[in-house]
Ligand binder design. Sequence first.
Ligand code: FAD
Ligand code: NAD
Length: 478
Amino acid sequence: PVEQPEPDPSKKTLVVLGTGWGSVSLLKKLDTENYNVVVISPRNYFLFTPLLPSCTTGTIEHRSIMEPIRNFLRHKGAAVKFYEAEATKIDYEKKVIYINDDSEIKGAVSQTEVPFDMLVVGVGAENATFGIPGVKEHGCFLKEVNDAQRIRKRIMDCCETATFKDQSPEEVKRLLHMVVVGGGPTGVEFAGELQDFFENDLKKWIPEIASNFRVTLVEALPSVLPMFSKNLIDYTEQTFKEETIEIRNKTMVKNVTEQYIEAEYTNAAGEKVLERIPYGLLVWATGNAVRPVVRDLMGQIPAQKDSRRGLAVNEYLVVKGTENVWAVGDCAVANYAPTAQVAAQEGAFLARLFNQMAKTEEFETELATLSEKQGTAPNKDSRDEVFAQIKDVQKRLRRVKQMGPFEYSHQGSLAYIGSEKAVADISWLTGNLATGGQLTYFFWRSAYLSMCFSTRNRVLVFMDWMKSYIFGRDVSRE
Ligand code: FAD
Ligand code: NAD
């Protein structure tokens, strides 16, 4: 095995937290020769989240959308250190990060600290629960691989338990009621995938459940997918109706117990009603909340005191109130939606910025050396020669320093809505194209296939699609 070299004392230490969309996009484009790069994340892989809903039903196997971080770090020009650990605290004054190995196997050292000169925070967000009682205990989230695995297991558990001998009709109904809370793209895509699973496979393998299996989507706002165009919202709601997914708009979940949720809505008479909705599986997809490590950092920086949704950053993604801390993705507040698209563009921007910063330093050192040389030049000819060199370096330095601020370029929004249909709001030349249906579904498939992290992922996802198409999804409960 190749020994990792010690950090080069002449270079700054750049610590990158997280291995999600923002951090990985930065690492992909970063010239790691310029810094001592340290990556810290509890996850030693990148996860292609747009296809995660497909893993809940086995349309795609989760490993097909995971790419080991070691795979691509080893191709970088200079060694990058990776620690599989969670950053538990960032001490901004001391320029130190406290890390904790939270995995099952622990060595003699499982907690330590990592110093930094420059820091990029790309830790994403956690699941919002709004403090609603029972959500954490009884609901399933859909953010990470283990969430998708847990949901997949539970769907099958509900089906098998519902067919258990002597189960009462009422209990069968409850067990086969799949409730999704949150009508954003996560909730909508999951509901669509689940209904597909039922229509294409479950109904065939377990015909006894056919008359009782139901999917309900609960949304507090007047419609699902509020970020999409009005006609696409209508199209989604109409498609769900045809797929027999019930949408309960303007219904706010207030409490969750092991077997039912309590949701509030306003009835025709204008009265508020609290309804008990029994469920077998509850998937909670109500968006993002700030991670504790980020909240703690915000508390250390006076300029962050008014920020609520994450680290407020300036147009160069510098965390406001700091000089050496940057933030990307869902943990940063830069007035863009918390999406993979934004995080990836922010990461790529930071890579360019850091590459340019290193070049700037290189040119400035070169200029200092040349000025010295000019002062000690023996004659006019050699002084002129050095002068020409200085002019050239100055020109290159000006070009490097000209880097503009981060500008997000929105390529569009895409969501799968079940029964081989998708909706897309695409930025098209000067206008916007809002489209939905089967053709959009093929576009959705090819777009996500092309966006997969690696050729390996692309091949695996394609093979999974073929496998599900030919043999159906696997209904064994692992
Ligand atoms: P993440 O990708 O969440 O990565 C955060 C990283 O930080 C992870 O590696 C995590 O392990 C690590 N981490 C967490 N805590 C710590 C800590 N304390 N210390 C160190 N590391 C830590 N967006 C789209 O644009 N299109 C889509 O189709 C789409 N589909 C989605 C589907 C689903 C099911 C979900 C959940 C999200 C989807 N998104 C989509 C949103 C998108 O995934 C996020 O906006 C994106 O992941 C944000 O990137 P990020 O780098 O900020 O965070
Ligand atoms: P979201 O924030 O987009 O939607 C959450 C929904 O939950 C909201 O509509 C909210 O009104 C509802 N809600 C909140 N509390 C509720 C309650 N108590 N009862 C009922 N409803 C409640 O969350 P998301 O869907 O997880 O998406 C998170 C981010 O990831 C978004 O920026 C989204 O655009 C992005 N994303 C994109 C895609 C895609 O482009 N295909 C897919 C998934 C996620």
